[in-house]
Design a protein around this ligand. Structure first.
Ligand SMILES: *Cc1c(COP(=O)(O)O)cnc(C)c1O
Length: 482
């Protein structure tokens, strides 16, 4: 027995490498990350290839150990070298992600110490840190001290958490679902629809409220719909408003919606996954009027706070509602009860054991301070206005509504031929070039090209490059035609 244990120990100790090995691995990973970051200036924002990373299958899980060098080489080639590069300043498609360097260090530290950040009793310091960040976000949004929230893995889960919190706050049971009404617009993010299904509310009635000419929810139509639904004996329950739609960055009329929600006693949710952190830009303050009336807000630090993917946030105005929705007791957790100065994340979310994701958010916020974040967001707003103005100076281009935040849509209207086809070809050309990545969207059957300026590495240089690429394409196609 003892011999067997010792034999096993010898092998199992391989899982705890000694310092010299750790240093060698760290050096290799550091070289990989330096090369990656240093090459960002010249590497593409989007790479299509036939292989598309297939060779990663050569490194399937097997008995024998493999050298780190070959793993890093394969990562560079098969993972980093294909698809969209979210770390690139040229990424302006969808809603770009971030990747602040100190967040990588924060993840590293969190993984090394592996603090049990779900439960105060187990990791009081870690829970305090995360709660401090949550309270900062609540203050930023203008919420009262009764508010609280949770760091999630992303905006979709935050939207799901808000809906479940509302469902429980309203005491809705299965028998009520088909009478419950959820109000949203066609511009709402599709994660709202996912949340409805996952939360068991598929049978609830969805009311798509008409949009005004600027693609904003029409508050007037909202109130009419609620009144009609009440008359039918239904339960108007939840309003989803967008602070920055994914399509066009549009902000729904929060103040008017808040008033209606209050009057008719509906839960008012604001999806600020893309737009919420623009609160850091003081000149945008007035756009946020009414947000403090929301019962819940979704934010997404891995978008407009430039964190790497894996961090969203939900804020709930009355923390009792969070506890009501998620708090659960278990015999084997009895040691933790009554020993809490702070609410444990495990008591207000679906998670128990969880990533200590506060460290990846706290470290950059503290190391940089808020100033550069405010500046970067304001810079992105101005870059969007700059692009919006410049593209209109090019003959043949037309634009969508004036950008409220950092998303704009535009298209070329050719003298002859189908505009949708032309713009599809234009975006394909931009994507094939790959130095800049843009995506497209469809609004009322019109094909629009979208620009979303959110990556912290996007500066004037990338916008001018994009304008050059577009100009060249138009010049080349018109010479072809002549
Ligand atoms: C991105 C986004 C979401 C979803 O967030 P994820 O972090 O991708 O899960 C929800 N709503 C809006 C408005 C978004 O832009």
């Amino acid at each position: 027995m003892i011999n067997k244990i010792k034999e096993l120990e010898k092998l199992s100790r391989l899982l705890d490498p000694k310092e010299s090995i750790r240093e060698q691995w760290n050096a290799e990973v550091l070289e990989y990350s330096n090369t990656f970051i240093n090459n960002l200036d010249t590497s593409k924002a989007f790479i299509q290839s036939k292989e598309n990373g297939k060779a990663i299958y050569n490194l399937d899980i097997e008995e024998q150990a493999v050298e780190l060098t070959s793993l890093l080489d394969s990562t560079t080639k098969n993972i980093d070298g294909v698809g969209i590069n979210p770390a690139s300043g040229g990424h302006m498609g969808y809603i770009p992600g971030g990747g602040l360097y100190p967040s990588a260090l924060g993840d590293y530290m969190a993984a090394i110490s592996n603090r049990y950040a779900g439960v105060f009793y187990a990791a009081p310091g870690a829970v305090r840190l995360e709660n401090m960040i949550i309270k900062w976000m609540c203050r930023l949004m203008g919420y009262p001290t009764t508010a609280f929230g949770n760091l999630t893995s992303g905006g979709s889960i935050a939207n799901l958490m808000a809906l479940v919190t509302a469902r429980e706050a309203y005491n809705l049971k299965a028998r009520d679902f088909e009478k419950s009404v959820i109000y949203l617009t066609k511009q709402a993010h599709h994660s709202i629809l996912k949340a409805i299904r996952i939360s068991g509310l598929s049978e609830a009635q969805l009311r798509y409220i008409p949009l005004d000419n600027n693609l904003k929810l029409s508050a007037e139509h909202l109130e009419t719909a609620i009144i009609e639904d009440k008359e039918k004996g239904l339960i108007p329950f939840y309003i989803n408003a967008s602070f920055g739609t994914t399509n066009t960055g549009t902000i729904d009329p929060l103040e008017a919606i808040a008033e209606i929600a209050k009057k008719h006693k509906l839960w008012f949710h604001v999806d600020g996954a893309y737009g919420g952190f623009f609160k850091l830009v003081k000149k945008l303050d007035s756009k946020f009027k009414g947000i403090t009336e929301a019962d819940s807000i979704t934010l997404d630090p891995h978008k407009t706070l430039f964190l790497p993917y894996g961090t969203g946030a939900v804020l709930i105005k009355d923390k009792e509602n969070l506890l009501k929705a998620y708090h659960c007791l278990a015999d084997y957790m009895q040691d933790t009860v009554g020993k809490e100065d702070e609410i444990s994340p495990a008591d207000i979310s679906a998670e128990q054991t969880k990533h200590f994701r506060g460290m990846r958010m706290w470290l950059p916020l503290k190391l940089f301070g808020l100033k550069p974040f405010r500046a970067a967001l304001e810079e992105k707003l101005n870059l969007t206005t700059y692009f919006y103005d410049e593209i209109q100076k090019l003959p043949g281009f037309e634009v969508g509504p004036e950008p409220e935040l950092s998303v704009a849509i535009f298209r070329y209207v050719p003298k002859d031929g189908d505009a949708n086809v032309f713009n599809r070809e234009l975006i394909e050309a931009i994507q094939t070039d790959g130095r800049i990545f843009l995506s497209s969207t469809n609004i009322n059957n019109v094909f629009w090209i979208r620009i979303a300026i959110v990556q912290f590495r996007t500066h004037l240089e990338q916008i001018d490059l994009l304008l050059d690429i577009i100009k060249k394409y138009i010049d080349d196609t018109s010479t072809e035609l002549n």
